[in-house]
Design a protein around this ligand. Structure first.
Ligand SMILES: NC(=O)c1ccc[n+]([C@@H]2O[C@H](COP(=O)([O-])OP(=O)(O)OC[C@H]3O[C@@H](n4cnc5c(N)ncnc54)[C@H](O)[C@@H]3O)[C@@H](O)[C@H]2O)c1
Length: 217
């Protein structure tokens, strides 16, 4: 079934946005194997998502497949990376260089997905003035002045839960427009601010529950 391409004004659903990186990873794997074309049916077999769903998701990005052969792998990678914003580096600040914040500063993978942490803030005197992987750590009090100079729009929040809201308010007052919140606190922000909550632990309960179901059988 042919899926008509969508108007640029159509808002892309979040589940589609979450699936597109899977198609990108799959296309990269196909490229490594030397494949020139990949069809939604092939992707479907490998990642166990309905082929019509894949075609529907891909109708949001500017690519069309050829009957039977499918999508050109190189083009699919390029179009998906552009669409997902992974080719532009988005500058970000990180707040709280503890065990999680430090790990994120050391993660070279983030820049492959378009996020470049250019500075971090903490209050620990043993950390302030040092660098992690070349990323400078400043005192939190320096944030507003630095942001005004750097024009950074994204803040990564990895501070203790009890100060999550305070630091969020500080970020927003200083001009941050998107917060990647790793704390378990449901931060409150003005409507115009983008918040993405991320928890490594959120899926554990589901995994434990499903595992128990299998064990019981
Ligand atoms: N989302 C996840 O999957 C996940 C995983 C681990 C931890 N967390 C959360 O991330 C946060 C950090 O956890 P952690 O284990 O790295 O804690 P941590 O105690 O190791 O680190 C917290 C850091 O914040 C710094 N800090 C304190 N006050 C500050 C301020 N005013 N400005 C800037 N920095 C300040 C501390 O000096 C410390 O370096 C917690 O809220 C925790 O619940 C989330």
């Amino acid at each position: 079934m042919a899926v008509r391409s969508r108007k640029m004004t159509d808002k892309i659903p979040e589940p589609t946005l979450r699936r597109l990186p899977w198609y990108l990873s799959n296309a990269k794997l196909m490229k490594e194997k030397g494949e020139k074309y990949v069809s939604s049916t092939q992707i479907s077999r490998q990642i166990n998502i309905d082929a019509s769903q894949i075609a529907k998701d891909l109708s949001y990005v500017d690519i069309s497949g050829r009957t039977r052969v499918g999508y050109e792998v190189d083009l699919l990678i390029q179009v998906l990376e552009d669409f997902l914003g992974f080719t532009n580096l988005h500058k970000a600040y990180l707040f709280g260089v503890g065990s999680l914040g430090g790990a994120l500063l050391r993660d070279s993978g983030l820049s492959h997905f378009g996020l470049q942490i250019v500075g971090a803030f903490d209050i620990n005197p043993n950390l302030v003035g040092t660098t992690v992987e070349g990323i400078p750590i400043y005192h939190t009090d320096e944030f507003e002045e630095r942001r005004a100079k750097d024009g950074v729009k994204i803040g990564v929040l990895t501070v203790p839960i009890n100060i999550a809201q305070d630091i969020t308010d500080k970020m927003v007052a200083g001009g941050i427009q998107a917060v990647w919140n790793f704390t378990p606190f449901r931060i409150r922000v003005p409507e115009t601010i983008v918040v993405q909550n991320t928890s490594l632990y959120a899926h554990l309960a589901v995994m434990f529950n499903r595992l128990n179901e299998i064990i019981k059988k």
